[in-house]
Write a protein that binds this ligand. Structure first.
Ligand code: ADP
Length: 465
């Protein structure tokens, strides 16, 4: 048990470590791909801008500049003539709105970039954003219309340095920043792009790594499950064997100690003088020896089956008559206090079977029906022949078997609510024997049962003579 738990804990821990490492690696790859993606498009857009600028400076923004120059001339004058602070604030707001609107709507740079990207076989679908950093109206004095915090923080007055990375741009690529100045205004703005399909593209690029790592985790998981199941099964079998050895020792000890006591009794002078007592003790020794012999034979036979196939000595019998005989001898033996109701009528159906083995099969089922009963045992035997099959049902009013045990009762050494402390004596071999015999005859055995309500064992046979 301890060993199993250690394996379980070790297995789960290593699985968790493996999954964490894999997740860590994947996040790393994802981040790296993200950065590479951004870097690739930054370089590409710089190339594109240089290319566009070399041909026509201001291209992409020529309409914008024209509109802004025209607008700012008028707006500047109006702003400078306003005296009231509130009105001035309103005016500034209008100017900022106009600049933002025109910059975002009238620029053609995005289209030019898109064409450039497409030409070089890159992703051409992206969204562009223009973020105004600083806008001033200039006449004799300078009126600041808008100044972003970021702009105020940017290094140096000449703005020749690259802007400091802005947190809000995290998923966006800063293509360039622009600084325009004419007689009426001074403007600094950033031009950003972001790819809506970016995650898809990265996912496509990382899919092989992702797939492989998921597969490897799955594989390790399956291997772990299989190993753990094998270990559990091994432990179950080893427990069953231990139970079996304990039960067997107990079963063998009972007749042996009876024989020993009987032997000691025979040594007593008062017994030796009484013929009837001698006879009684001798009979007891004989009975216990037979029982001991049966037990040993059963164990020997089972171990023989492990190595060799069943050797059946089949004879053609009338199945109804055969069952009648077995039931009769059972009634005169261990089942004398059981009521056995024989409902079957096979109408003289003949079957090929090994009489010795099949008698054992029926006896095991009948004796279990008596053994696992907490009241007066009532056993109903029913059956029918159909096509080439016959079916025999043994229904009892015993203690019943729960669903979990039903799955295992035909296993070797299995005893329901196992353990060597068992209310009912046994070795867990009876039903294993029944199953083996039924299968050797080309048939099978199954059980249906409800705890407290009794059990029905159904034996099917295929080869009717
Ligand atoms: P054993 O009787 O020696 O334990 P068996 O292989 O005959 O071994 O039976 C396996 C288990 O199935 C038993 O331990 C018992 O719990 C259960 N069982 C078998 N027959 C019946 C029955 N007729 N009613 C209730 N339980 C049964």
């Amino acid at each position: 048990m301890k060993n199993k738990n250690t394996v379980l804990i070790l297995g789960i821990t290593s699985m968790l470590i493996l999954i964490s490492v894999q997740v860590f690696i994947i996040i790393g790859i994802w981040k790296q791909k993200n950065e590479t993606f951004a870097l690739k498009y930054t370089i590409l857009s710089k190339d594109a801008l240089a290319y566009i600028n070399r041909r026509m400076p201001d291209v992409g923004f020529d309409t914008v500049r024209f509109l802004l120059t025209k607008y700012s001339e008028k707006a500047n004058k109006e702003l400078h003539s306003v005296k009231d602070q509130k009105e001035s604030d309103e005016k500034k707001k209008d100017i900022l709105n106009y600049f933002t609107k025109v910059l975002n709507q009238e620029q053609y740079l995005s289209r030019l970039l898109s064409t450039y990207f497409e030409k070089w076989g890159f992703e051409k679908k992206f969204n562009s954003t223009i973020v105004i950093q600083n806008l001033e109206m200039i006449a004799n004095d300078t009126i600041v219309i808008y100044r972003s915090e970021d702009f105020a923080n940017r290094l140096g007055p000449d703005r020749s340095k690259k802007p400091a990375p802005n947190e809000n741009y995290r998923s966006k690529i800063l293509v360039n920043w622009f600084r325009w100045e004419d007689n009426n205004y001074r403007l600094v703005f950033d031009y950003l792009i972001d790819f809506s399909d970016k995650q898809k593209v990265i996912l496509k690029e990382t899919s092989a790594t992702l797939g492989l790592s998921t597969f490897s985790i799955l594989l390790v998981g399956i291997m772990f499950m299989v190993t753990f199941r094998n270990l559990k099964e091994e432990q179950r079998l080893s427990n069953l064997k231990t139970d079996f050895i304990n039960n067997m020792t107990h079963e063998l000890k009972t007749p042996l100690s009876t024989i020993t006591v009987a032997g000691k009794t025979l040594e007593m002078p008062q017994i030796r003088n009484d013929d009837s007592k001698i006879l009684e003790t001798a009979k007891l020794i004989g009975k216990q020896s037979v029982h001991l012999n049966q037990l040993i034979n059963m164990i020997l036979e089972i171990s023989m089956w492990e190595r060799t196939q069943f050797q059946l000595d089949k004879k053609t019998v009338d199945i109804g008559e055969f069952l009648n005989d077995v039931v009769e001898s059972f009634k005169s033996g261990g089942g004398n206090h059981a009521s056995i109701i024989q409902k079957y009528d096979f109408k003289g159906t003949k079957v090929d079977l090994d009489v010795v083995y099949f008698t054992t099969l029926v006896n095991n089922l009948l004796s279990n029906a008596v053994k696992y009963s907490d009241k007066e045992p009532v056993i109903e035997i029913d059956g029918f022949a159909q096509d080439n099959n016959i079916c025999i049902m043994f229904a009892d009013n015993g203690i019943g078997i729960n669903k979990v045990d039903q799955k295992h009762i035909f296993d070797k050494f299995y005893r329901a609510s196992t353990g060597n402390i068992h209310k009912f004596k046994g070795l867990g071999l009876g039903l294993y024997y029944v199953k083996k015999i039924a299968e050797a005859h080309g048939g099978d055995v199954s059980v249906s049962s409800k705890p407290g309500k009794g059990s029905t064992f159904t034996v099917t046979l295929q080869n009717i003579s």
